[in-house]
Design a protein around this ligand. Structure first.
Ligand code: AMP
Length: 302
């Protein structure tokens, strides 16, 4: 069953201690769509500028991703620039150039309002709310966000949060959002704000799931070399949502497939840091993905 994602389609400039790569394909929706497309059909709603390369749209389309909801406007594509610290975890945002995003008003192609799965990827919460309000009775709505919106647009973010089924955040964002230090307390506080299910991502330490069945802790694959972790969170979201869509899970389903989706999300996310930009997600081999899911399951087995 199809997934609709609204989020950024961007060009990223990423600097690590070893190398800098300029204006490569990025954005929350791009990473999400490539990951989720291994499991289910994906439709993207977003905006790009007239500098956006046709080959990047073609790359998404070649993975079966429907790009007809990506509007092309006069101006520059959203550009994010970041520099990683030596640990390849901490990063400083050097620039966030909104470009055509500044005036973006998401429009859904005809019929897309009936898409059963909705992923509100990282963009301004008022845009997320606009898309959510134009949908017709989705089976499952998952929300992603970031510290910027928690700090600058809390009221709008809380309005979206009250209407979604699952929130995906990283550990520092969960603390920032709730004021809680402990992640269990933070998850309970988030559930009180709306979503009954909460996923807290912890980078190289894996991810936590909080649902009706209790807590699940999924580790991260221990990678020999991290090249560029940008997009790993969005890639996790793609694997997580893709798994749920493939199995027809809805908000009333029990927790079993949500717990399995945590393993799928962690497995897909483990590929992302192995190369710059979306490179490691291109033509991602299903057998390699299944092998990583098996490794993660083994890591959780006494
Ligand atoms: P992640 O590493 O999973 O946090 O995601 C990184 C991606 O988020 C990059 O590809 C950026 O283009 C995108 N991004 C960064 N800042 C923003 C923002 N303010 N709004 C939307 N997307 C953003």
């Amino acid at each position: 069953m199809s997934i609709l994602v609204v989020g950024s389609v961007a060009y990223d400039t990423v600097a690590t201690v070893r190398e800098t790569r300029d204006r490569q394909l990025g954005g929350s929706a791009s990473f999400f769509a490539l990951a989720a497309s291994r499991f289910a059909p994906v439709r993207v709603v977003g905006v790009v500028g007239d500098d956006f390369r046709q080959e990047d749209l073609d790359l998404l389309a070649r993975h079966g991703i429907d790009t007809s909801g990506i509007e092309r406007c006069a101006g520059a594509t959203f550009h994010w620039s970041g520099r990683y610290h030596h640990d390849m975890i901490e990063r400083d945002t050097l620039a966030t150039d909104l470009g055509v995003f500044a005036d973006f008003s998401p429009q859904l192609p005809a019929g897309w309002e009936h898409t059963p799965y909705l992923l509100l990827a990282n963009i301004h919460p008022s845009l997320q709310l606009q898309v959510l309000d134009s949908m017709h009775d989705p089976k499952l709505v998952v929300l992603d966000t970031m510290n910027l919106w928690i700090e600058t647009s809390r009221a709008e973010l809380l309005a979206v949060l009250a209407k979604v089924d699952v929130l995906l955040v990283n550990d520092s964002e969960a603390r920032l959002l709730t004021g809680c230090t402990g992640l269990n307390e933070a998850a309970l506080a988030i559930q009180a704000l709306g979503p009954p299910r909460v996923v807290i991502k912890k980078g190289e330490h894996g991810a936590l799931y909080f649902g009706s069945s209790g807590t699940l802790a999924v580790p991260a694959i221990l990678l020999p070399d991290v090249v560029d972790p940008t997009g790993a969170g969005d890639t996790f979201a793609g694997g997580f949502m893709g798994w749920l869509a493939d199995r027809g899970v809805d908000r009333h389903s029990d927790d079993v497939e949500f717990r399995r989706a945590m393993i799928a999300g962690s497995a897909v996310a483990s590929f992302c840091p192995q190369a710059f930009s979306v490179e490691a997600l291109i033509d991602l081999d299903r057998a390699a993905l299944d092998a990583r899911m098996a490794t993660l399951t083994a890591m959780m087995t006494p």
